[in-house]
Design a protein around this ligand. Sequence first.
Ligand SMILES: C[C@H](N)C(=O)N[C@H](CCC(=O)O)C(=O)O
Ligand SMILES: [Mg+2]
Length: 363
Amino acid sequence: MRIREIKIGKVSIPLKKPFKTALRQVNSAEDIIIKVIADTDEIGYGNAPPTAVITGDSQDSVIAAIRDTIGPKLIGMDVDNIETIMTTIDTAMLHNNSAKAAVDIAVYDLFGKLHNIPLYKLFGGYCNRLTTDLTISVNAPDEMVRDSLEAVKDGFTELKLKVGTDVVLDIQRVKAIRQAVGNDVKLRLDANQGWKPKEAVRTIRRFEDMGLTIELIEQPVKAYDFEGLKYVTDHVETAIMADESAFGPYEVFQLLAMRACDLINIKLMKAGGLHNAIKIANLAETMGVECMMGCMLESKVGITAAASLSAGKRIVTKSDLDAAVLLAADPVIGGVSFVKNELLIPDAPGLGITAIEGWQEIK
Ligand SMILES: C[C@H](N)C(=O)N[C@H](CCC(=O)O)C(=O)O
Ligand SMILES: [Mg+2]
């Protein structure tokens, strides 16, 4: 099976509610969905939601990287030679990790189809269902309480609360939500780089003194501030997770060597795809550091790829794969299915995706 052509399309999917973090606010998921087509007419699907504030990628940069630089190098390559394909993607250009991720996911999808194996089994087959949290956007405390209660009513037992805009408000937010949802719901926080190191320590200690029982806190400080992240990790009891700091395998290697965090959030769009995400999981496992599989605001293509890796690997013990739940529509036929807070991974070959409704090629 050889790669014959790569087609690129855009989808714009409205969100059920505006998505707000300390870094950005959006009302829709703007995803690039690609088709890598083999000489057998088999299609591998991949996606790249450009998240400029986190990865530096825009729609135009993703399209140009795939169309003009990465894609042409792959035409005619044998899908069975996946190791060489992955090196070709990785070395085609610097950065542009979301574009690389889209192509990498689609090639893995084809590889799974070629060998008639679902990707979660290819990656280790540890389990075939996952529990995801649901993200609560950062808003006024009463609005976040309403959103949290609605999520619990819908069956979510783990909530990821966005904070990081104002420490005084953040304490009010978390206190009000803990009081409203009770002690059986797990609360994880994501500050999306919004705090300074000392401010983070003071705030997290307040949560601890108030007995708010926070499972983990994602990315309290700036992505580049590894020393600041370590300072926070060393000075609080609560588990600290690196997200934006934990970009690709090299950054994760550095964070692990520094013991700068307790947990790693793996995202395909930061890592540049499944190939590098596997390296991250292996590095973390070597150091005994558990991982969460996270996502951007993206279609079910990327969620299925991320869920397949998460289900395959034992070291990935947590999932923040809620993007498809936040979307008001799902154009992806096949892939993972959602039952309340559970993702069920299909046993079909590759990603198990058969079509994208309304997908239109852009030239
Ligand atoms: C959607 C997911 N639950 C999430 O919160 N991801 C964010 C970044 C996503 C974005 O801004 O599009 C995160 O973990 O920081
Ligand atoms: Mg995060």
